[in-house]
Design a protein around this ligand. Structure first.
Ligand code: 6GU
Length: 255
């Protein structure tokens, strides 16, 4: 997978050298380019923002540097359209992800969808956001997705991109050695995972649940399933409310 990140703070992305994302890069599973948006400015102050039309607080990111950056990363393959008319995009077109609190909520299903793509481009907004025409014009060449991490506001998209990349890259085949890790974890099946324990069997007077030391795999699976349901009900009742009935089977009533 190829990932490009456009930002005025490339230093935010130093952690992409570390740990399993860094390893995915050195082994060639992932190819990342981080680009300073200011390289596409031409004035002496390398200006990327200006005051909002219609008034209001703060500053808005000007369209020209974004347009020039996209032209270089994704060269237009037909003459630019002059108006707002749209053309259908094929599903191999790059996906442009724009982190914004005004976007659709990011979740594990979206992470899986992005992990199936060949090319992702992240456009990190700062200040109050990016001139909307940038997204409209980008949509002639890319599948544009405005994405939010949740109902709170960050200074800019950089940290959100790190979050999304981590969620996506760990789903790429070969990044996590033991693929079973991905099917047992929270959100893999619409439920939260059961609590985990390791040695020692007794720590500060607290015992690991006996069932986990029993060696009875059937009992262990039923216990984990019940814990999963209890934990989801306690922590995230909203997830249970939206659980398809077939996800809850007849064994769940008995446990
Ligand atoms: Cl994706 N970006 C920004 N700037 N703020 C956010 C967010 C994203 N998600 C929640 N708040």
């Amino acid at each position: 997978m190829r990932v490009d990140v456009l930002t005025i703070f490339p230093d935010y992305f130093a952690p992409l050298e570390l740990s399993l994302i860094g390893k995915a890069r050195t082994t060639g599973l992932l190819d990342v380019g981080v680009h300073d948006l200011r390289q596409w400015t031409h004035d002496v102050h390398r200006t990327v923002d200006d005051t909002p039309y219609g008034g209001g607080p703060g500053m808005v990111m000007r369209p020209e540097p974004w347009g020039a950056a996209f032209d270089e990363l994704v060269p237009p393959d037909r003459p630019p359209l002059t108006g707002p008319e749209s053309v259908p995009l094929d599903d191999r077109a790059p996906v442009l992800i724009v982190p914004t609190p005004a976007g659709q909520r990011f979740d594990q299903a979206m992470a899986h969808a992005f992990a199936g793509e060949r090319r992702l481009i992240f456009a990190c907004g700062r200040y109050e956001g990016i001139d909307q025409r940038v997204l409209e014009e980008a949509a002639t060449r890319m599948r544009v997705r405005e994405v939010s991490l949740g109902d709170y506001v960050l200074f800019g998209g950089e940290v959100a991109v790190l979050v999304m990349l981590e969620a996506v890259v760990r789903l790429l085949p070969g990044v996590i050695g033991n693929a079973e890790s991905l099917t047992e974890e929270s959100h893999a099946n619409g439920l939260l995972e059961a609590p985990l324990y390791t040695k020692p069997a007794v720590w500060r007077g607290r015992e690991v649940p006996e069932v986990l030391r029993s060696g009875d795999h059937g009992r262990i699976a039923r216990w984990r399933r019940a814990q999963s349901l209890l934990r989801t009900a306690a922590q995230r009742p909203d997830m249970l409310a939206s659980t398809a009935p077939e996800t809850l089977d007849k064994h769940d009533v008995a446990t």
